[in-house]
Design a protein around this ligand. Structure first.
Ligand code: HEM
Length: 380
């Protein structure tokens, strides 16, 4: 069977997942709007407390908000509370104070709240710092630095771009690759990804490695909950994980990738985990293309168009990942230099540059393959 002529995936499941994912932005907005701990005023003060090394003030603020937690909150309120408690905990860690050791109830509250929302980890993740962080005057930041605002703005932009990209990519997969509908949805997915490039270009231009490494990164260290360390939010928890999985990861058995994927996907909201489950055991789009090329017969117009569109998406991802890798590397090198070298430096996820390089290399490999197909068509 030539699988490019039928949708390879379970169309009904994918359509249901797309509908659920489309509702995620509204859920995030409700969480951003929510302030169940009455912590808005505390977050106005947090950057000043941190700048003045007032770790005791932060400890008191954390104790205050913990005392306001109630048992019967809904998903929205619990999620907003996890965001705020975790940010205050992370601010304490910046001053080398372990929150569970200096604020009574810290671990118990986080464990209870995360159980109520069905989370796999008892702390915040990347979505809390970005899409679930209120915009405007209520925005939660660790510092008063304009660079952190730029960082956050870029990440917010990237988060929503990736969600749109994923929605269109999943929609594409409900159609056969050899169809106009697939190519059209893929084209829209690629257009949505563009904002990731805008985001990294802005960060690269406006945030020096020194500004990030010295002032922002220290707030992204692990803290302990019930004696176990949980890493801080990181870019590795973006829905680009799902996009890679659909393009090339679903049937990739590299141990490095599997470990990285498993560790990070569980930190995303449940819909992203469901999408990843729907892809388990499936062939990735790149494998489907390989199988099609092995048939040896000429590609029809729809197939050529779809391959061009997949190539375009890979090109956009490559255009994001090259400068992003450079930014990440510059920060790691600076930290290495300042630590006196020799020491292995990890990102806030607990993974290092190896994984970031790996996903870039996979993008390059896949893009080379689609480029080869396209150049063979042009020389026919
Ligand atoms: C100063 C700016 C930045 C630095 C220093 C930085 C650094 C890093 C590091 C070290 C990692 C490895 C995982 C980890 O954190 O443990 C990573 C991963 C990642 N970051 Fe960033 N990052 C920055 C800005 C951004 C921005 C603006 C975006 C998107 C809008 C972004 C998106 C990602 C993604 C998607 C990953 C996972 C790897 C991939 O899929 O390519 N990062 N980043």
């Amino acid at each position: 069977m030539n699988c490019l002529y039928e949708s390879f995936y379970d169309t009904v499941t994918l359509q249901r997942l797309v509908r659920t994912l489309e509702q995620e932005a509204a859920i995030n907005q409700r969480i951003a709007a929510s302030d169940p701990l009455n912590a808005d005023a505390i977050f106005q003060r947090l950057p000043i407390l941190a700048e003045c090394n007032e770790s005791d003030g932060i400890r008191q603020a954390l104790a205050e908000v913990l005392a306001r937690v109630q048992g019967e909150w809904d998903y929205i309120a619990c999620s907003a509370a996890i965001r705020d408690i975790s940010m205050l905990g992370a601010a304490l860690v910046r001053f080398e104070r372990e929150p569970e050791e200096c604020v009574a109830g810290f671990s118990d509250v986080l464990l209870a709240l995360s159980e109520q929302v069905g989370a796999h980890i008892p702390r915040d993740s990347f979505i809390d710092y970005t899409s679930r962080n209120p915009p405007g005057a209520r925005e939660r930041t660790f510092t008063a630095m304009p660079q952190e605002k730029i960082f956050l703005k870029s990440l917010r932009l990237g988060m929503s771009a990736l969600d749109l990209c994923l929605i269109h990519l999943l929609t594409a997969c409900t159609f056969p690759i050899a169809s106009q509908e697939f190519a059209f949805a893929m084209h829209t997915a690629t257009a949505s990804f563009q904002a990731m490039i805008t985001a990294i270009v802005q960060v690269k231009r406006e945030i020096t490695p020194e500004a990030f490494t010295h002032y922002i990164r220290p707030f992204f260290e692990p803290f302990r909950v019930a004696g176990r360390a949980f890493s801080a939010p990181s870019g590795a928890e973006m829905s680009i994980l799902n996009i890679d999985q659909i393009l090339w990861g679903a049937d990739c058995a590299d141990e490095l990738y599997e470990t990285y994927f498993r560790a990070n996907i569980i930190r995303l909201p449940v819909i992203y985990q469901e999408i990843s489950q729907a892809m388990v055991g499936q062939k990735s789009l790149l494998t489907l293309l390989k199988e099609r090329m092995e048939l040896g017969s000429a590609l029809n117009r729809e197939e050529r168009r779809s391959i061009q569109e997949i190539h375009q998406l890979l090109t956009r991802m490559y255009t994001f990942r090259v400068p992003h890798y450079k930014v990440a590397e510059e920060n790691v090198l600076l930290r290495q230099r300042e630590c006196g070298g020799g020491q292995e430096i990890r990102g806030s996820s607990g993974f290092g540059l190896v994984e970031t390089r790996y996903v870039l290399d996979q993008t390059i490999r896949c893009r080379r393959f689609t480029a080869e197909i396209l150049s063979s068509i042009n020389t026919e």
